[in-house]
Design a protein around this ligand. Structure first.
Ligand code: SF4
Length: 341
């Protein structure tokens, strides 16, 4: 089983309590085309007040692990084949379903990428937010709508009270995302999973939404798991990062350290393929090839067909995720050379 990333400064601020621990999680999809191993032996922790970014290309398994935590993994075809998800020390995977349901929403909540699909088009946004209070807190319809207006105001939707009766399609993309955030925060969760929360938005609105999430996090001290492929967003808001490739974590560490001195060739490749405003004349170097089909993961190190540093051993032996510097872990046979390059 992979070892857990080290605590961040955020942990120290919060007194060291782990809110959530994912231990050795493995998830596969059994399809007519074969078994897709979407999450392979993944472990991470989340602490109060910190933001853990899970970074990777599409199909790296980052969203599947989040769906498993939220209990919204479609099963079949999805199956958890190993691991534990501990919330305050209790394994959510073995809890009775009704116990799990009690946690999801009031304790652990999620913001999805596509608010238009996540919101119900035939109910007003006021009714949908109010329903959270009616279902979980026994509020009356009037009390629920009152709370909904307060929340919409808190996420800075202009004229919140006047928009309670509007439907999702009457909101802009950025405002719909604010509605989603309002719903996710309605019951004051301690863990928020934000799955590509700004991908569908333009850059200015992206920045506003990320600022809003950070402000709300500062207010209630929740832990945030931010799932994204956007290194810029990670750099802005995360305390720690876990880089995923082909269903596994290949590098973890504090954000500043990982971004300034990556210890895995995949992270180096990600960093080299994004434009930097402070290096205008530098040529971008894309990672060659494409992520593997998770039904046919390459032998040894899954990254070896694309890795510029690959040696013979890489195709045969899978590297373990091991500590390469204090608080830094990398799954590469040559991590120390990469780190010192
Ligand atoms: Fe590249 Fe080999 Fe390291 Fe994998 S183990 S990342 S193939 S050098």
């Amino acid at each position: 089983m992979t070892t857990l990333p080290s605590p961040s400064p955020a942990v120290a601020r919060a007194g060291g309590e782990h809110l959530l621990e994912v231990q050795g999680l493995s998830v596969e999809f059994r399809t007519p085309y074969g078994v897709v191993r979407a999450v392979r032996d993944v472990s991470y922790t989340l602490d109060r007040g910190e933001t853990l970014a899970i970074l990777g290309e599409s199909g790296s398994g980052k969203s599947v692990s989040a769906q498993t935590i939220m209990g919204i993994l479609e099963s079949p075809p999805g199956h958890v084949t190993g691991g534990r998800i501990l919330y305050h020390g209790q394994d959510m995977l073995t809890m009775p379903k009704d116990e799990q349901r009690k946690l999801r929403g009031p304790e652990i909540s999620m913001v999805f990428q596509d608010a238009l699909s996540a919101l119900n088009p035939v109910f007003t946004v006021g009714a949908q937010i109010a329903e959270m209070f009616r279902a979980h807190r026994g509020a009356s319809k009037k009390e629920g709508l009152e709370k909904a207006a307060e929340l919409m105001d808190r996420v800075r939707i202009p004229n919140a009270r006047g928009r309670l009766k509007d439907y999702p399609h009457q909101f802009s993309g950025g405002m719909r995302q604010r509605v989603m955030i309002a719903m996710a925060l309605a019951l004051d969760p301690t863990v928020l999973i934000a799955d590509e929360p700004t991908t569908a938005l333009d850059v200015t609105v992206q920045a506003q939404i990320m600022d809003l999430l950070q402000e709300l996090q500062a207010e209630n001290g929740m832990g945030v798991i931010l799932i994204t492929h956007d290194l810029g967003v990670v750099n802005e808001v995360a305390d720690r990062v876990a880089v995923m490739y082909a269903g596994s974590i290949v590098e973890t560490g504090l954000i500043d350290e990982v971004f300034s001195r990556p210890a895995h060739p995949y992270t180096v490749g990600l960093m080299s393929s994004i434009p930097r405003v402070d290096a205008r004349d530098t040529r971008l170097t894309p990672i060659v090839g494409a992520p593997p089909n998770l039904a046919r993961i390459p032998s040894g190190c899954a990254f070896h067909p694309r890795c510029p540093r690959a040696q013979d051993v890489c195709a045969v032996e899978a590297p373990a995720l091991v500590e390469v510097a204090p608080g830094r872990r990398s799954a590469c046979h040559f991590a120390e050379e990469v780190l010192s390059a």
